[in-house]
Design a protein around this ligand. Structure first.
Ligand code: NA7
Length: 536
């Protein structure tokens, strides 16, 4: 247990952890308020998710017009996106440009991985340690580490003997891994695996895909942006619009009841949304699709039929059609030529339920049925989502309570902004908030940062510390559970329910009540003088 350091005054008003979308905006807001802040970033540059995930084929599944900062006219008008769904390099370039444009770098410390954060009640501040032994202190800490930043790497026997390269997609090296002409294995077929597979299939000598769960997908409709396109809607209007829609996009959920619309019209509706080539069929259609088995069955069958039509080989078709969950209960990836990749002679698909991986040898993957020579193993195996980044740090709140212990028992939060027992610690991409899983990320990130900034300003005018009460937290958890349990998502094993991590609490990680309901709940707390929070 760490001894408490005593301080006369903290070095900073706030320490922000992470320099992705959330951290950059949080720093900007705090500076605009005249506060002193520093950002601690484990990477060597800004970008967060878009710094780390530089695997082949990485790109956004949200259109650029809403996958950007919408708080500033200058940022929107001065940056021109090249295409509807930008690639990782372009999104990373954008965030680097934002950091320069807002002159943020002078308050960002790179290559600083936070290892410990301890609340000192005596000094009413957080003591923060980083891996290289740096010690800092601040009145507030804002975690901006993103929901998907702690990778899950499968432990495969014989890994140490393997002479080739093993890499998780989110730890892809900056100097790249040459894949042309190589024998490559990809483990995992989520949003990431799909992007990797469809991209590298034509260039590698042999590609073996290990699939545990087949996914529903929607063909991405990507196209170059013309100069005028992203600005067809005024920035302010677009910003407001994203907070009024269920998923934080510029399209909303269907307002009519599923049962009130006749089947022929529902089919036409599905065709129309599918053809949009974005996530509208998932979070812009009937709410019942995600709540009622009959409605879910209809859209699941619709998407399965679309996939079937693209696969000639009946054995392959059988393997690539999802059979254990309904459409939208897992994250729906967008794809481009994914199914066609499997028709190539150099690509084979292995269902790990039929043929599990046994071990790695010096130059091969051994399954229960064969030994497959490989040079590179790409793990597209996902993340310890939403909680993993914070539980990886030794966070101690009031009375030395450990955040990892708290979430180890039960994943909770107070309106997705704070945790009872952890004064002055604010969270973005938090459990039980939409940002955790069910939101176009920049929409929720900007909302959280603005709420947190205003709250910090309020506290500093009245005292030195703020903490969510146990009552507010319990009430939010109860509301979350009631909302979540009405969905099929909560009844389906996935990273949304913590099922990809052994022993993880199975509460639905993201608030599925939609952005407007969430924004309203947060507004209500604020308008009532941060009701449910104690300021001391
Ligand atoms: P996901 O969606 O968690 O996908 C991980 C994939 O890896 C998924 O298909 C898993 O199967 C599979 N997996 C995980 N461990 C193994 C092992 N040990 N063996 C075989 N297969 C395995 O992560 P992504 O990175 O694709 O996407 C994360 C988010 O990034 C996504 O939601 C977007 O928001 C962007 P499973 O389904 O668990 O059976």
């Amino acid at each position: 247990m760490a001894e408490a350091r005593q301080l006369d005054a903290p070095q900073y008003d706030a320490i922000v952890i992470g320099a992705g979308f959330a951290g950059l905006y949080q720093l900007h807001c705090l500076r605009e308020m005249g506060l002193s802040a520093t950002v601690l970033e484990a990477g060597s540059d800004v970008g967060g998710t878009w710094y780390w995930n530089r695997y082949p084929g990485a790109r956004t599944d949200s259109p650029a017009n809403v996958y950007q900062f919408l708080f500033s006219d200058e940022l929107v008008t001065e940056w021109q996106w090249s295409e509807r769904f930008p690639s990782q390099p372009e999104t990373e370039r954008y965030l680097r440009w934002v950091a320069d444009r807002l002159d943020l770098r002078r308050d960002i410390q790179f290559n600083q991985r936070v290892t410990r954060a301890i609340w000192s009640a005596e000094s009413a501040c957080w003591m923060v340690d980083t891996e290289d032994g740096t010690q800092l202190s601040a009145r507030f800490v804002v975690s901006c580490m993103g929901p998907l930043s702690k990778p899950v790497i499968p432990g495969i026997d014989g890994q140490d003997e393997f002479g080739g390269t093993i890499v998780h997609t989110s730890l892809w090296p900056k100097d790249d891994i040459p894949l042309a002409g190589k024998r490559v294995a990809v483990i995992g077929t989520g949003a990431t695996g799909i992007q990797v597979i469809q991209t590298i299939a034509p260039e590698v000598a042999e590609l073996t895909v290990f699939q545990r769960t087949a996914n529903y997908t929607i063909p991405m409709k990507n196209y170059p942006y013309t100069d005028a396109e992203p600005l067809t809607v005024r920035r302010e209007e677009l910003r407001n619009r994203t907070r009024e829609t269920f998923g934080g996009f510029d399209f909303d959920i269907e307002q009519r009841l599923w049962a009130d619309v006749d089947p022929a019209e529902r089919l036409a509706n599905m065709e129309r949304l599918y053809a949009e080539g974005n996530l509208a069929l998932w979070v812009g259609s009937f709410a019942e699709q995600l709540m009622e088995p009959e409605a879910n069955e209809e859209v699941s069958e619709f998407v399965k039929e679309k996939i079937r039509a693209r696969i000639d080989d009946p054995v392959l078709r059988e393997k690539l059609i999802p059979d254990d969950h309904g459409f939208g209960t897992h994250r729906v990836p967008l794809e481009t030529g994914y199914y066609e990749a499997f028709a190539r002679d150099n690509v084979q698909l292995i269902d790990v339920h039929e043929e599990p991986i046994v071990s790695l040898t010096a130059n091969a993957i051994k399954t229960t049925q064969q030994e497959i020579p490989v040079d590179v193993v790409i793990c597209a195996t996902g993340f310890d989502a939403v909680t993993g980044a914070l539980t990886n740090i030794d966070v101690r709140g009031r009375d030395n309570r450990s955040l990892a212990d708290v979430w180890g028992q039960d994943i909770r939060s107070a309106i997705g902004m704070q945790l009872h027992g952890f004064p002055n610690l604010f969270l973005t991409s938090t459990p039980l908030s939409p940002a955790g899983a069910f939101c176009n990320a920049p929409t929720c990130v900007q909302h959280s940062v603005e709420w947190i900034s205003e709250c910090i300003g309020y506290v500093l005018n009245r005292g030195s510390a703020i903490e969510a009460t146990a009552e507010l937290e319990a009430a939010w958890v109860a509301h979350h559970d009631e909302t979540a349990n009405a969905t099929l998502i909560a009844k389906t094993a996935s990273w949304y329910t913590g099922a990809n991590i052994e022993g993880k609490s199975n509460r639905l990680i993201g608030y599925p009540g939609g952005i407007p309901a969430y924004v309203e709940a947060c507004d209500q707390v604020k308008e009532n003088g941060y009701e449910g929070f104690l300021i001391s």
